[in-house]
Design a protein around this ligand. Sequence first.
Ligand SMILES: [Zn+2]
Length: 93
Amino acid sequence: MNKPDFTLEKIKFAFDNPIFDKAIALYESGKVTDVDESIRSYTGIVIRTKPYRVSVEARSFRYAYCTCYLGKNDIYCKHMLALAISILLGKTK
Ligand SMILES: [Zn+2]
């Protein structure tokens, strides 16, 4: 998988701890699945009560989409952040 333009440091700097910690928890508990790469973007599925389809562009973690209620309303959600973190840190066991 190619590295995106963003880094974990940039993400951490951009968000308050609550959303960052929630996204890390999603990542660490293996809720981010089917992470895949296409042209300058990434997709994945975050398993909650429903599976949410998430995408993040390689140029910035801020260009993201998610099928959850917040994502549909253009609000940055923890699922987007969890996918961005997964791209950077790789698969969990
Ligand atoms: Zn979401």
